[in-house]
Design a protein around this ligand. Structure first.
Ligand code: C5P
Length: 416
């Protein structure tokens, strides 16, 4: 089955009798898992109503370039950036001419010019128009610019003629769009990741926390999404932007983080614990601000739930990945912690004196059963991508019960 899970497809519809097929196209794209937005040329609205495509895509259909209301919601540049692919189906002779000329005289052509996403066009027109040297010229220019042309198909036409000019059928259009996306390493995998610190309240204005910035966890969330996983991030309080395509659940206390994870445990394939969860919390949270009185004061603390260990020990555990911040003897501690928590993979980094927390670079020693890899110092986003590659290899190895592909190339060394 063709899958386009979480891919964002902008469907452009231009004026022609085949426009009615765009209804089926939008339906199939959504059935394949894509998010769809539709833009029509004014001429297209004479063949099929925007309302039909709005109902099928689940979003208002855009027609006008200068529609103040719609521009306030998602302006045209935002829409051009939003798309992972733009598919114009049907593309009329006029639309091909305007695209070839680089015009931006309506919303659809403006988007085609403004987007950096791949552009696919499926022409549909009378066969004489398709054969005309002007159209041949336009098609050659578009192809030379890297535009993907799908069809047209040959056969009987609405105008009574027979020949090339029919719109390629919607299932083949969907397959052509799917073919533009390289399979991600973690396509279809449901991942849950914790990140950031937790805050354990002492009283209404004070809390215990730590120096975690959340940067590594957020970078891993972004890299997982990039690899095709559907990602939910359970985040403690941090000053970071949620990565594109990542759902974020914000929490404060360890107990809330644990609850958010438990609630989703049954529906995930991969769990990455990157949060710096407080190990202890105040036994009681004072209802009012504590007053200073005595010279000394003791604050009784109790353990918080170990989220990672709990997930790893659950009845049908997902593939689990933990982090460990160590100040010395990285390998020994990493191996011991992996065993102790019963996790599939553990990534250890050295902390203290400008390392680990609150910095933009990091280095990781990653251990799993029967192997390890050293990921040398690199900016966190780069390091996260390497880590995700290792996770994907081991994840597939476990799922398929077969040895994974050899460890990734690059500067990490697989010392297994
Ligand atoms: O035991 P330690 O805190 O060193 O283990 C670190 C790993 O365990 C990290 O992956 C962290 O996210 C996870 N952890 C957790 N819940 C806790 C403590 C740690 O998930 N209460």
């Amino acid at each position: 089955m063709t899958t386009l899970t979480a891919k964002r497809i902008l469907v452009g519809v231009s004026g022609g009798i085949a426009a009615y097929k765009s209804a089926e196209l939008v339906r199939l794209l959504r059935a394949a898992g894509a998010e769809v937005r539709v833009v029509m040329t004014p001429a297209a609205t004479r063949f099929i109503t925007p309302l039909t495509l709005q109902a099928l895509s689940g979003h208002p259909v855009r027609v006008e370039l200068f529609d103040a209301g719609a521009e306030a919601g998602m302006d045209h540049i935002h829409l051009a950036r939003w798309a992972d692919a733009v598919l114009v189906a049907p593309a009329s002779a006029d639309l091909l001419a305007r695209l070839a000329a680089g015009r931006a005289d309506d919303l659809l052509t403006t988007l085609c010019l403004a987007t950096r996403a791949p552009l696919l066009v499926a022409p549909a027109m009378n066969s004489a128009m398709w054969a005309h040297p002007a159209t041949r010229d336009n098609v050659a220019r578009l192809a030379a610019r890297g535009v993907t042309l799908i069809g047209p198909a040959e056969g009987e036409q609405a105008c009574g003629e027979t020949g090339p000019g029919r719109l390629v059928e919607p299932p083949q259009l969907v397959a052509a769009v799917a073919g533009r996306f390289r399979a991600g390493l973690l396509d279809g995998v449901r991942a849950l990741i914790t990140a950031g610190p937790t805050r354990e309240p002492v009283d209404p204005v004070r809390f215990l926390t730590n120096r975690s910035s959340g940067k590594m966890g957020y970078a891993v969330a972004a890299a997982l999404a990039e690899a095709g996983a559907s990602v939910t991030l359970v985040s403690g309080p941090v000053a970071l932007e949620v990565p594109d395509r990542v759902r974020c659940i914000r929490v404060e206390r360890a107990a809330e983080m644990a609850e958010a994870v438990r609630a989703r445990l049954a529906e995930i394939d991969l769990f990455v614990a990157a949060a710096a969860v407080a190990d202890y919390r105040p036994a009681e949270t004072a209802p009012h601000k504590l007053k200073k009185r005595a010279e000394r004061m003791a604050l009784p603390l109790v353990r918080t739930p170990d989220i990672l260990a709990e997930v790893a020990a659950s009845t049908r555990p997902p593939f689990t990945v933990g982090f460990a911040a160590e100040t010395e003897d990285l390998e020994r501690h990493a191996r011991a912690k992996r065993m102790l928590k019963g996790v599939d993979m553990l990534a250890a980094n050295r902390v203290g004196a400008g390392e680990g927390f609150e910095v933009d670079d990091n280095a990781l020693l990653v251990v799993w059963e029967g192997g390890q890899a050293w990921l040398p110092r690199a900016p966190k986003p780069q390091l996260a991508r390497r880590l995700v590659r290792l996770i994907a290899e081991r994840y597939r190895e476990r799922r398929e019960g077969a040895p994974g592909t050899p460890a990734s190339t690059g500067d990490e060394k697989d010392t297994a």
